[in-house]
Design a protein around this ligand. Structure first.
Ligand code: NAD
Length: 302
């Protein structure tokens, strides 16, 4: 069984390490927040107090951090992974970060003789706990194949998306599509109701018609229509507005570098920003319906 170094034991990293331990691996974990390390130690992570300690003797190191800036600190910073890991250790960054930082980290790893894979995930905290995450991997064929064997206990699906940064590219574009579809669904749900359609009747029609989409089927933003919708739960976050805002922002950052105008992504980004400015960043992103109809059913009232 392998020795795995893990950096970033938050909402995702915590439960992901649990599945690696259940598969028989040793996980040496570090987080800048001691309480996160302590919580992970509760399910068997070996608590380490620095990156240097966490990567020592590891076959593979995973990082699961908030943003590109954190990934840069962890890999490139003083006392970071590149300063301390052995070049025989495979490195996988599973954080969702911007494309430019991901390719920069690949380049920096290559310059120092490391093998590096970008490997963001989809499936949320519940997928992390269930070991059913979708991994999107970017990098060299051999490195990706090697990474897959360690990833399996955490994953339902593993894709080799392509070369350096391809995992992040796939993740960013997927979530941008989700956000744009969601904006369509909330506007559709409000207009359908104003026309006098019963939500459950319109939902049944749209789901087998050309208006169908993943957020329609999974997050229909009216209580009592779809079991998995946050609307049933006063829009308590399944996927928070903050996280969706971050992900659409990554798409817009990438679009700028690539010289593309994404008008629908810009629109939904501004709607998500509005929700955050209104103090609702912790609500589920489908609470965006409140900007179409402030009296939408299920919204928390202040
Ligand atoms: P989180 O904020 O709960 O966890 C991140 C952890 O990284 C924190 O515990 C933080 O203390 C730690 N950290 C930050 N800087 C560090 C450093 N320099 N050294 C060591 N540890 C450091 O975030 P999360 O929800 O676990 O998400 C992690 C990543 O996964 C993000 O990029 C997010 O976009 C992505 N993601 C999250 C979800 C979700 O539903 N939460 C779903 C898919 C992808």
């Amino acid at each position: 069984m392998a020795v795995i170094g893990w950096i970033g034991l938050g909402r995702m990293g915590g439960p992901m390490t649990k599945n690696l331990i259940a598969a028989g691996h040793t996980v040496n974990g570090f987080d800048v927040v001691p309480a996160a390390v302590e919580a992970a130690a509760g399910h068997g992570v070996v608590a380490k107090s620095s990156i240097a300690e966490a990567v020592e003797g590891a076959d593979i190191v995973f990082s699961m951090l908030p943003k590109g800036e954190h990934a840069k600190t962890v890999y490139l910073g003083e006392g970071g992974v590149f300063d301390n890991a052995s070049t025989s250790t495979l490195l996988v960054d599973s954080s969702t970060i911007d494309f430019d930082t991901a390719t920069e980290l690949h380049q920096a790893a290559r310059d120092r003789g490391f093998k590096f894979v970008d490997g963001p995930v989809s499936g949320g905290v519940s997928g992390a706990a269930a070991g059913t995450l979708t991994f999107m991997l970017g990098g060299d064929d051999v490195d990706v194949e090697n990474a897959k064997t360690f990833i399996e206990p955490m994953a339902g699906n593993i894709f080799h998306a392509g070369g350096e940064g391809a995992g992040q590219a796939a993740k960013i574009v997927n979530n941008m599509l989700l956000a744009i579809s969601l904006q369509g669904v909330v506007e559709g749900a409000v207009l359908a109701q104003r026309f006098g359609l019963k939500p459950e009747v319109f939902y049944d029609i749209a789901k087998v018609s050309s208006g169908d989409s993943w957020p329609l089927r999974t997050w229909y933003p009216v209580p009592g229509v779809v079991d998995t919708a946050a609307a049933n739960n006063n829009f308590e976050a399944g996927f928070s507005t903050m996280l969706m805002h971050k992900d659409v922002g990554l798409a817009l950052d990438g679009a700028k570098t690539q010289g593309v105008t994404l008008s629908a992504a810009e629109l939904v980004y501004s709607r998500l920003q509005q929700l955050i400015d209104d103090g609702n960043g912790d609500l589920d992103c489908s609470a965006i319906i409140g900007l179409v109809d402030e009296n939408a059913e299920g919204l928390p009232q202040d």
